[in-house]
Design a protein. Structure first.
Length: 453
């Protein structure tokens, strides 16, 4: 029996040694992109990247090679302008823009066994801007119109072409981390034309422009102010719908008529009247008065007061703004506040916890990208004059539209972050306005830091 066992074992060993090794069969590699459309800018710092996810059956993902080649316009970005980093199943692809325009990039994964697969990345690059190190690009929307800091380096940004609120990292270029659309709660299907916002505690107040549309037509959704409740902060920020009020425009007109039509609100809201003219009607700023949680200033892009060239910017205090939103109370107004902003009007107004105000001043005109912009400091007290702190560049695409927050204005080298409405800008040099771009990933607003003089 023992001899038989030994002989049987030897035979098995001989057979095992003699058996040929089976060839490894590799499948076709797979490749996926976290985004098929990507936007960058010439000279930009911190442009967004695309995650490239690769795999191949029978192979370790770290053995796969990822590369990219320019398949159309190399003057925008060529093969040498694409960088792929990382190992394993997910790699990061970055593009350094060479010039303004569009190009297609072929992203290729090469696997074992000589097999490969490709995907196309559609890339668009906007022109260089002043001080690119201070610029960041918020993609997914081009028509940024109001912004509220929510802590931890993050900001919620509104869009005047939709009712979507978007959460962005203030320090990085890229897509929003989270979005909210409260159209159904507001009972609207068209844009509210959100233009101003401010925060008190955990409540953010938002206002539509209250004016006609560009064709002089009354659109009810624009006559909306509403609230959202904030919970969490930073990446954990959440918004919940609060309440709305849809008669503020009528209240303003009735108040002005009762006070001798000083500001021409009835005429500015009449059928056929465009909102963005010197005697038009268009709200773009919202902030509470010093030390108050009840009185809010409405800042007007139009009209100027009085409505003549060289007139003053206009704020109208709503003295029961909290009750207007909390219970639908009819708005009560204080005397109009007229400010000398060098012939410019209010595009945004924001204060800090110390009661220091910054006013973003710009033209009342509709197409004003080349017109002057400036930042003014103010103490919020009617009758006190604002002081210019900075002139803003006007050569970059888009108009300055929103103040993220206000730093300590007494500190040397104080810096403030502003955001553009770039909806009417031709970002990529093909004559297409940003708001009309087919792919939302190519739509973007610009956030930029400025040092106050």
């Amino acid at each position: 029996m023992k001899k038989f066992a030994v002989a049987g074992t030897a035979a098995l060993l001989v057979a095992a040694v003699a058996a040929p090794a089976q060839a490894v069969t590799y499948g076709t590699p797979t490749i996926g992109l976290s985004a098929s459309y990507l936007s960058g800018a010439v000279g930009a710092v911190g442009d967004p990247v695309v995650d490239v996810t690769v795999g191949q059956s029978g192979a370790d993902a770290s053995a796969l090679t990822v590369s990219a080649t320019a398949s159309s316009k190399a003057s925008v970005a060529g093969t040498g302008d694409v960088t792929v980093t990382g190992t394993g199943a997910v790699r990061q692809l970055a593009v350094t823009a060479r010039g303004r325009g569009y190009t297609n990039l072929t992203v290729k994964v090469t696997g074992l066994g000589g097999k490969s697969a490709t995907k196309t990345l559609y890339y668009a690059a906007s022109a260089a801007v002043q001080n690119p190190a201070d610029a960041r690009y918020l993609s997914g929307s081009s028509d940024a119109s109001a912004a509220v800091d929510v802590g931890g380096g993050y900001v919620v940004v509104a869009d005047d072409e939709s009712n979507v609120l978007r959460l962005y990292d203030r320090s990085r270029s890229g897509a929003p981390l989270r979005t909210w659309d409260f159209s159904s709660q507001l009972g609207v299907t068209k844009e509210v034309d959100i233009e101003g916002a401010t925060r008190i505690g955990d409540t953010i107040y938002w206002t539509g422009s209250l004016g006609n549309n560009k064709d002089g037509e009354y659109k009810a959704p624009r006559n909306t102010v509403f609230t959202t409740t904030v919970s969490g902060s930073g990446t954990g920020t959440q918004l919940a719908y609060g309440r709305s009020y849809k008669k503020l425009r009528e209240d303003l007109v009735a108040w002005d008529v009762a006070n001798g039509n000083r500001y021409g609100f009835a005429a500015g809201t009449a059928a056929g009247e465009a909102p963005k003219q010197i005697d038009g009607f268009n709200v773009e700023g919202l902030e509470f008065a010093p030390g108050s949680t009840t009185t809010a200033y409405l800042g007007f892009r139009a009209p100027l007061a009085p409505a003549v060239p060289g007139g003053k910017a206009l704020l109208v205090p709503v003295t029961n703004f909290d009750k207007v939103l909390a219970s639908g109370a009819k708005a009560v107004f204080g005397a109009g506040v007229e400010l000398d902003l060098g012939g410019l009007s209010v595009r945004d107004i924001r204060k800090n916890a110390a009661g220091q105000y910054l006013i973003l001043a710009g033209s009342w005109a509709a197409d004003d990208n080349s017109d002057p912009y400036a930042l003014y400091q103010w103490d919020g007290v009617p009758g006190h004059a604002p002081v210019k702190r900075a002139d803003l560049p006007t050569t970059d695409p888009g108009g300055w539209e929103a103040i993220v927050d206000v730093p300590d204005l007494t500190a040397a080298g104080a810096r403030v972050q502003l955001i553009t409405d770039s909806g009417s800008a031709d970002l990529y040099g093909d004559g297409t306005e940003a708001k009309d771009l087919t792919h939302p990933e190519w739509k973007k607003a610009r956030a930029a830091w400025f040092t106050l003089g």
